[in-house]
Ligand binder design. Structure first.
Ligand code: LCS
Length: 401
């Protein structure tokens, strides 16, 4: 890290305090601005040829070029590491850039990746690409049973990749169980934590190696930035930084890092509101005669409710549900909403609703979608922080009209 930034991270601070002050970083030589400046620069000027050479060789700390490091982006990376309980973190220009940097940074041709069966559509697409073009073996399993996980591990398995809760089915995976099996067999575990944010789930505490977020979602929270972050050990982050981050180059822009830093300051507050409102919306949906199934970890009827209580601090803001009238009823309802916005993405202050089979998971062949538990009529709702009565009323009128 450059001398420009000094560090002091009181570990004893609570999450909300850390999310505001936790980078503990003062920009040296500044004018006392409360909010750090946005270093909107592509490059950094050297004082001499010798200094430039020393920065390139690593003999001297300091900035060189924004693809290799930028102070605003580093502030974000340090705060993410702190909030995830990791040594270190890296920021990317999208969640998919983060995922591809992890997969390509760890896995080689001939390796096997063991994945949970329900994954975000583009993650599934990337895994298929790696399978078809780069001869990486990929298998998707339910990952709920320890014996099944053990059985699915091959001699060439190098990575277990999972989402919990899964997009969009909300299926959960026991992080402690999977990381225990992975550690016994010397395999890395990467967890997409997008649906919960570090406020509600911290996979590193359960022994997982890498945490991934589409920071576009809860970390940003306001629907105005596309970004990704990963967190893990110093060695792992260094390896990814010096290979797939630097050379594939999917880095985050300083302005976007600023927006995420601002988003993080209200993460705890927003997540509490998302939790509380989603619980009420899920209960409303479950009691409605036009709704046949609701998938929300906070409902006692959710098959993995106990696991949710064990590894999540709250149940989050995402609900999936099916209507008794199936696909046609879902389309009818989605076209009649006023407040809930018909849009992909999730984790925003605005309530967003979408139809996975024709939108986020349309890239997944129908048969694979069904195996993932995504029926053609499934609807995914990302409950925002509007008045919860207004959200419920909008859903009611759209279903009943
Ligand atoms: N991981 C998960 C769990 C996601 O939901 C998404 C995006 C990504 C990774 C990729 O992140 P991005 O590159 O978009 O920042 N999920 C989306 C969704 O459900 N609707 O639109 C995007």
């Amino acid at each position: 890290m450059s001398k420009l930034l000094t560090k002091m991270m009181p570990k004893e601070w609570g999450f909300a305090t850390q999310a505001i002050h936790g980078d503990g970083i003062k920009v040296e030589g500044g004018i006392g601005s409360l909010v750090p400046p946005i270093y909107q620069t592509s490059t950094f000027v050297f004082e001499s040829v010798e200094q430039g050479a020393n920065r390139f060789s690593g003999l001297e700390e300091g900035y060189v070029y924004t693809r290799l490091g930028n102070p605003t982006v580093q502030l974000l990376e340090q705060k993410i590491a702190l909030l995830e309980g990791a040594d270190s973190a890296l920021a990317f220009g999208s969640g998919m850039a983060a995922i591809s940097a992890v997969l390509m940074g760890i896995v080689r041709t001939g390796d096997h990746i063991l994945c949970s069966r329900s994954l975000y559509g583009c993650t599934f697409g990337l895994l298929k690409l790696m399978e078809e073009r780069y001869q990486v073996e990929v298998s998707l399993i339910e990952m709920t049973d320890e014996e099944e996980v053990r059985k699915a591990i091959r001699p060439n398995t190098t990575l277990i990749y999972l989402e919990t809760p899964a997009n969009p089915t909300m299926e959960l995976i026991d992080l402690a169980m999977v990381s225990k099996v992975a550690k016994e067999t010397g395999i890395y575990t990467a967890v997409d934590n997008t649906f919960l944010s570090p406020y509600l789930q911290r996979p590193i505490e359960y022994g997982c190696d890498i945490v991934i977020h589409s920071a576009t979602k809860y970390i940003g929270g306001h629907g105005d930035v596309v970004a990704g972050v990963i967190a893990g050990s110093h060695d792992m982050m260094k390896q990814i930084q010096m290979t797939t981050q630097k050379d594939l180059g999917g880095i985050l822009a300083p302005m976007d890092a600023f927006l995420l830093l601002r988003g993080l300051k209200t993460l705890a507050l927003r997540m509490e509101q998302h939790n509380g409102s989603a619980q009420l919306v899920a209960e409303f949906l479950e009691s409605h005669p036009f709704v046949s199934r609701v998938y929300y970890p906070g409902l006692p009827s959710f098959p993995q409710h106990e696991l949710a209580k064990k590894q999540m601090k709250g149940f989050g803001g995402i609900i999936a549900f099916e209507l008794t009238g199936g696909y046609e009823a879902a389309v009818h309802m989605l076209n009649r909403l006023n407040l809930c916005r018909l849009a992909v993405s999730l984790g925003d202050v605005d309530t967003l609703i979408q139809h996975p089979a024709s939108m986020t998971h349309s890239i997944v062949p129908q048969e694979e979608r069904w195996k993932m538990g995504i029926s053609d009529g499934l609807v995914r709702l990302s409950v925002g922080i509007e008045e919860v009565e207004d959200i419920i009323e909008d859903l009611r009128q759209a279903m009943e009209r």
